[in-house]
Write a protein that binds this ligand. Structure first.
Ligand code: SF4
Length: 161
């Protein structure tokens, strides 16, 4: 059994900015939850952000740029939330280290958890290719990040190991 970090909102927890969870329709994800040891986390809530909270997007780049100090996380009310998002990422990495976790399945499109796409910072609904702050830090630290859409690749990896 492999330990996997999973975004809480994929597991039925209503922790998103608007107080909802994320529905997942993917048999590979169901397989993962039923057969592996799941370690749930919402990095934003772990960092002390409330539910509900203002939506936030990365302005000026993606999660890797946040780690480099070259972009900021901005809330829809124009508040700079970069420090809280960085704290959430550090707490996620700490949890992975504590449990010796090598794989994560995180929610696509989130400024924290996105691993393929994020919103572009304009709050217009436009997405760009990029990673969130948590995904950037985990990947940089050697932890492979998948989304609810790419979890089948992880299933193949675990199944063949
Ligand atoms: S996407 Fe990540 S940070 Fe956002 S609610 Fe889900 S677990 Fe929390």
């Amino acid at each position: 059994m492999t330990q996997i970090l999973v975004s809480s909102c994929l597991l039925g927890c209503a922790v998103r900015y608007n107080g909802t969870d994320v529905e997942v329709y993917n048999s590979d994800f169901d397989w993962l939850v039923e057969t592996q040891e799941i370690v749930p986390l919402c990095p934003e809530v772990a960092a002390g952000l409330p539910i509900p909270r203002a939506p936030a997007e990365i302005s000026g780049g993606n999660g890797a740029d946040i780690l480099a100090g070259a972009a900021r996380v901005i809330g829809s009310e124009k508040k700079d939330l970069t420090d809280q998002f960085l704290l959430g990422a550090k707490l996620a990495l700490k949890l992975c280290r504590r449990h010796n976790i090598r794989y994560a399945v995180l929610t696509e499109n989130s400024p924290s958890c996105g691993s393929g796409y994020i919103y572009d910072g304009s709050f217009s609904g436009k997405k760009i290719v990029g990673v969130g702050v948590v995904s950037a830090l985990l990947e940089k630290s050697g932890i492979q990040v998948f989304s609810q859409h790419t979890v089948g690749i992880l299933r193949e990896l675990i199944g063949s190991s």
